[in-house]
Design a binder for this molecule. Structure first.
Ligand SMILES: Cc1cc2nc3c(=O)[nH]c(=O)nc-3n(C[C@H](O)[C@H](O)[C@H](O)COP(=O)(O)OP(=O)(O)OC[C@H]3O[C@@H](n4cnc5c(N)ncnc54)[C@H](O)[C@@H]3O)c2cc1C
Length: 400
């Protein structure tokens, strides 16, 4: 065996799995195909139940040291009426995991990865996993990897393979597990930049007669603007040279004038939701977007991946350390699926409903109703549990 656990993909899900197993002393090999970070503008928000898990692995202290920004407000303003509502975010406690944090996505991935490699039982390899390898009984017992610069593929063996390779997961497809993507009728443009936001540590929605944008504070005077457009209607917005994008947004929302950003700071994301039919097969588990992809409206994709990782390791690591036979490991994988699939379905559905309210309906034409939908105490969000909660983590606490 080259490791007890081989993790395919080293972003949020893979980094979390490596920390979860590494912190328990399990020999873990992380295989990641890219040399550098490529998802820098995706979600930044990590909620208290997730932060408690990261604290367990020593990752949270490093995120704070990296300059994480606690988010203290959700707010709604209107182009003619000015500020309509401000909602303080509830703090679970005064500790480092007490309040939702904003950390740039690339830093979350980097800190998870660095922390994972600090565990003595964790190592990493750069390479593309091209397929899974099975034993004589059809149970997966490894992967094929093409290392950078090499023409040949090598086989690596492990007692467990964990697919953390994102929504287009090669591991999931190699197992024949289906996942039906349901596309949204809008796409999201995320624009990163620098400059003073009206509220220094907030998610701030701005409404007008055309639609809505959301400005999310980032550490060190940064921000992200979230803008959705109906599919196929982005037109010239991202084709025209600077300062067309800035002028467009400031023309609609003069409060954004101090924010500095350019066309090259804008990234376009196609949005869809999907939940795989199964999160496991003999010898394999799926974690993160390879198992479930959600609309970002509830800011829970990373939270789900991280709580998946914690529950998988809690169930399987003791068996691996004890040298348990394959059938015992597979029973634990089946139990992981029974716990995590309903949690993911609940989160994906809750985020879908919030996406319909905030991003896909005409609710912006009724600013007071829109503010009610944003209210973190208004029973929206993951599993109807309100802002910042993660049904996966709630299920975990409930059954722990
Ligand atoms: C616009 C947007 C905003 C979001 N906002 C938030 C938010 O605020 N909060 C939140 O919690 N979530 C948010 N999310 C969701 C969150 O970003 C994802 O759920 C999460 O990052 C998924 O991580 P992952 O590791 O599962 O997948 P990915 O990030 O897709 O990582 C997969 C990794 O696997 C590697 N890989 C793929 N194939 C192979 C292979 N064959 N061999 C080796 N390596 C491979 C890739 O290079 C990559 O590094 C948002 C998503 C979007 C699109």
């Amino acid at each position: 065996m080259d490791a007890d656990v081989i993790v395919v993909g080293g972003a949020v899900a893979g980094g979390a799995v490596a920390n979860a197993f590494g912190s328990l002393g399990v020999r873990t090999l992380l295989v990641e195909k890219v040399e550098r970070e490529v998802h820098s503008t995706r979600g930044d928000l990590l909620h208290p139940p997730t932060l408690a898990l990261l604290d367990r692995w020593g990752v949270l202290a490093d995120l704070h040291a990296d300059g994480a920004l606690p988010i203290d407000k959700l707010a709604v303003s209107h182009s003619r009426r000015g500020r309509i509502a401000e909602f303080p975010t509830a703090a679970v406690d005064d500790g480092p995991a007490g309040r939702t944090l904003a950390v740039p996505h690339d830093r979350i991935e980097a800190v998870l990865y660095e922390c994972a490699l600090s565990w003595p039982s964790v190592s990493a390899q750069r390479g593309v996993v091209t397929g899974v390898v099975r034993d004589a009984n059809g149970r997966v017992d490894g992967v094929r990897v093409r290392t950078h610069g090499a023409n040949d593929e090598t086989e690596l063996q492990a007692k467990l393979v964990v697919g953390c390779d994102g929504s287009q997961s090669m591991v999931r497809r190699a197992l024949g597990i289906s996942a039906q993507p349901e596309q949204y009728d809008h796409e999201q443009i995320i624009i990163g930049g620098e400059g003073p936001t009206e509220l220094p540590a907030a998610l701030h929605w701005y409404l007008d007669e055309i639609g809505r944008v959301c400005v999310v504070s980032r550490p060190r005077g940064g921000f992200r603007i979230l803008l959705t457009l109906p599919l196929g209607e982005r037109g010239d917005l991202l084709r025209l040279p600077d300062p067309a994008l800035h002028e467009y947004l400031v023309g609609r929302f003069p409060a954004l004038t101090p924010l500095r950003f350019r066309k090259t700071d804008a990234h376009l994301y196609r949005l869809f939701r999907q939940v795989a039919d199964r999160f496991w097969a003999p010898g394999v588990a799926l974690v993160g977007d390879s198992a479930h992809t959600t609309h970002p409206a509830g800011a829970t994709g990373m939270s789900l991946a991280i709580s998946d990782a914690a529950r998988l390791a809690d169930r399987v690591a003791p068996l691996l350390l004890a040298g348990a036979p394959s059938d015992k490991i597979d029973s634990a994988l089946s139990a992981y699926d029974e716990e995590r699939r309903p949690a993911a379905l609940a989160a994906v559905e809750a985020n879908h409903l919030q996406a319909l309210r905030l991003w896909q309906s005409d609710l912006f034409l009724e600013p007071d109703a829109y503010a009610q939908a944003v209210d973190p105490a208004g029973n929206w969000g993951a599993g109807g549990a309100g802002w910042g909660a993660d049904p996966g983590a709630l299920a975990f606490t409930g059954r722990g």
